[in-house]
Design a protein around this ligand. Structure first.
Ligand code: AMP
Ligand code: ZN
Length: 669
């Protein structure tokens, strides 16, 4: 027993060290496999020894999907903003002012990257992370500790020694380019609105109520400011180096600069080098190094007088518009696309950029053959941000939006309250028909093997399919003689279609191409309604009563199922044997015994594992919660329930029951 417990402590140390090597130092020493094996060993041992449970164990980084909303917390030291400038001269002026104010003292400044994310304040006590708070209004922010704990480069417990008993460290939470691009690709696929830049994506992610989703998105954090009493050094730079030794990610860009000349060189170097960094940056920050000098310089109402931000001009290119084309998506939405003279921008050649919708064309007042400014937010979607009006050729007219579908010629309609024009010819417009079928067979929808974009078009051209239901009538004989087909590939396709009959209801709902119903919404709908008949019979009021389903989505769902074409397709899919009901709790041995109840599990159990109890709660209609609040209906407590939890339950008058009682409640032994 004792040796198992000491192994737990050893494993936590080992895993913390490897996390640090991997996420902070970028120097992994062991393979992912080896890491996973150690982690599994730890979680197994921890399951057996809840008495040494530690919420800061490296095994807890995965994030649970439970939060009770954010608490507001006052900052110990207000979080101010930084004075900023776009001009090198003004940075030089700032340095002169500091020099003058500090009459005759030698001034060293520290040059740093200005990371473009969202700021965070972390409080550590005795080497352990106790709280993470957003900037908020500068005086108080949101307590986002649970989300921050999922960020693997942030130490939950500190390494080394020499850290004060209690201190605050500030930094920037960022979403690295790679993770940002992946997230936006996913969202594009799900037809969810894209994040404009990594900053919005980082702050949006940090405010999610679902730490498991936060963990999945891949946030990172860089630290740049240490506050508190008894700091290790009397200067900023050495404090940051100490923080690095305790396990924080402190950027290697950070440099001590001794003269204006060095500052200017630092600026011109990083102006271009920053593009090689894995995260978005929007400038540099210069800080007076000595804490005593900082104190002497003091603060204005809004920002410190001992620091200044130098902002980079956004990266953009100027190029000529060749013509605007109009593309039809699977929902019939027409997207205007600027086709450009190829131009180099952040290392890639840009030829096309989305103009999004008519309003944007009007706002920018784009004329034919204008010179356009192109900027790059992420790596996937360059954006047109302006027009060089001086370069406009006389006589060119404003770009006009098409009035008819470029594909089928149907007059476009503008949906009230929306910026987009739509081709209403849903069932006769080529790109819409093909788009819906491609979406249906896609990996995240019905995942049908042996059919891709080209095959879909080929089958449409061969008059074999016109909608998703037709897929289920395809026979090997229809296919084997087609170009690029043989008996084998024909069989593979038919088998793939056949197997899709097992795809669960929630993915079927996603596959149907209901406007605004992406993967997440489909899941929520499917779980809430249970089966297709219920879904089809619901009006928008009942639909919008479902968690996270707004009136706009509700209306689209109703509209979708009102269409006779869609009803016929659904009838045929039903006849083909698709899953049109969620697997019921009853069929898995569940019940409604705990319907509507919110339950907190605490302590260790003799009869079943904690995870088993969690599953039982869900199976019988209850909801697991992580912490006790007024909303808790009861606490399921085993041995060694935490005293703080017990006290809180008592204070709020929440019943505490043991496992035998619980099992009786759900009709068990
Ligand atoms: P601004 O929001 O333009 O006033 O800039 C101030 C913000 O820059 C701070 O609140 C931080 O979130 C962020 N920032 C990014 N990198 C740094 C850095 N190295 N030092 C200080 N602040 C930084
Ligand atoms: Zn059309």
């Amino acid at each position: 027993m004792d040796s198992e417990i000491s192994r737990i402590f050893a494993l936590r140390d080992i895993l913390n060290t490897h996390n640090h090597k991997y996420y902070v130092l970028n120097q992994p020493e062991i393979s992912d496999r080896e890491f996973d094996a150690l982690m599994r060993e730890l979680t197994d041992l921890e399951a057996r020894h809840p008495e040494v449970d530690d919420p800061l164990s490296p095994s807890r980084r995965v994030g649970s999907d439970l939060t009770d909303g954010f608490r507001q917390v006052a900052h110990v030291y207000p979080m101010l903003s930084l004075g900023n400038t776009y001009s090198v001269d003004e940075v030089d002026d700032f340095l002169h002012r500091a020099d003058n104010a500090l009459a005759g003292q030698k001034v060293t400044v520290v040059g740093e990257m200005k990371f473009d994310g969202t700021s965070i304040s972390l409080i550590y006590e005795r080497g352990r992370l106790v709280r993470a708070v957003t900037r908020g209004d500068g005086e108080k922010g949101d307590d986002v500790t649970e989300n921050v704990k999922t960020i693997k480069s942030i130490p939950l417990t500190l390494r080394g020694d020499g850290y004060p008993d209690m201190f605050e460290i500030r930094g920037e939470i960022v979403l690295p380019w790679k993770a940002f691009d992946r997230l936006n690709r996913e969202r594009e696929f799900n037809e969810e609105p894209l994040f404009a830049n990594p900053r919005n994506a980082a702050s949006g992610t940090l405010k999610l109520m679902n730490p498991a989703e936060v963990a999945r998105r891949g946030l990172d954090a860089y630290f740049y400011y240490l506050l508190g009493e008894n700091l290790p050094s009397d200067n900023h730079y050495d404090n940051m180096m100490a923080a690095r030794s305790w396990g924080f990610k402190v950027s290697h860009v950070m440099t001590r600069l001794e003269s204006i000349d060095e500052v200017d060189k630092f600026i011109s170097y990083w102006d271009t080098e920053r593009k090689k960094l894995p995260v978005a940056t929007d400038g540099l920050v210069f800080k007076v190094n000595s804490l005593r000098q900082q104190l002497n310089l003091g603060f204005t109402a809004k920002s410190p007088r001992w620091a200044i931000a130098y902002k980079f001009a956004a990266e953009r290119a100027l190029t000529r518009l060749r013509f605007v084309s109009f593309e039809v998506g699977r929902m019939g939405i027409i997207t205007p696309v600027a086709n450009l003279e190829p131009v180099l921008l952040s290392g890639t050649i840009v030829k096309r950029a989305s103009l999004h919708n008519e309003d944007i064309i009007k706002q920018l007042d784009i004329h034919e053959h204008d010179m356009l400014y192109v900027e790059k937010g992420g790596e996937i979607i360059p954006k047109i941000t302006g027009v060089d009006e001086k370069a406009r050729v006389e006589g060119e007219v404003p770009v006009s939006f098409v009035s008819h579908c470029p594909s089928c010629g149907t007059p476009l309609v503008r949906v009230e309250g929306e910026a987009s024009w739509v081709c209403p010819n849903k069932y006769g417009c080529g790109p819409q028909i093909a788009g819906r079928i491609e979406h249906f067979v896609g990996r995240r929808a019905m995942n049908i093997d042996g059919i891709g974009e080209e095959t879909v078009q080929q089958l449409i051209d061969a008059d074999l399919i016109h909608n998703i239901a037709d897929l289920y009538d395809l026979k090997v004989e229809d296919l084997e003689h087609l170009d690029r087909f043989g008996v084998r590939s024909a069989r593979r396709l038919v088998e793939g279609v056949d197997q899709s009959r097992l795809v669960p209801f929630e993915r079927v709902v996603f596959a149907l191409s209901i406007p605004f119903v992406g993967e997440t919404v489909a899941k929520k709908l499917a779980r809430a309604v249970g089966d297709i008949d219920t879904l089809m019979s619901m009006d928008s009021i009942r639909l919008s009563a479902i968690d996270d389903i707004g009136p706009k989505i509700a209306e689209k769902v109703v509209e979708y199922f009102e269409s006779p074409e869609n009803r016929e397709i659904i009838a045929r899919l039903r006849a083909a044997g698709l899953q049109f009901a969620a697997e019921s709790r009853e069929s898995k041995g569940g019940s409604e015994a705990l319907a509507g109840k919110t339950i907190v599990i605490s302590g260790t159990f003799a009869l079943h594992s904690r995870d088993n109890y969690k599953e039982m709660i869900e199976l019988h209609g209850g909801k697991n919660a992580g912490s006790i609040s007024k909303k808790t209906d009861f606490v399921l407590a085993g041995e060694n329930m935490g005293p703080a939890k017990l006290e809180k339950a008592k204070a709020l008058g929440i019943p505490v029951i043991d496992e035998n009682e619980f099992l009786k409640m759900i009709g068990g032994e």
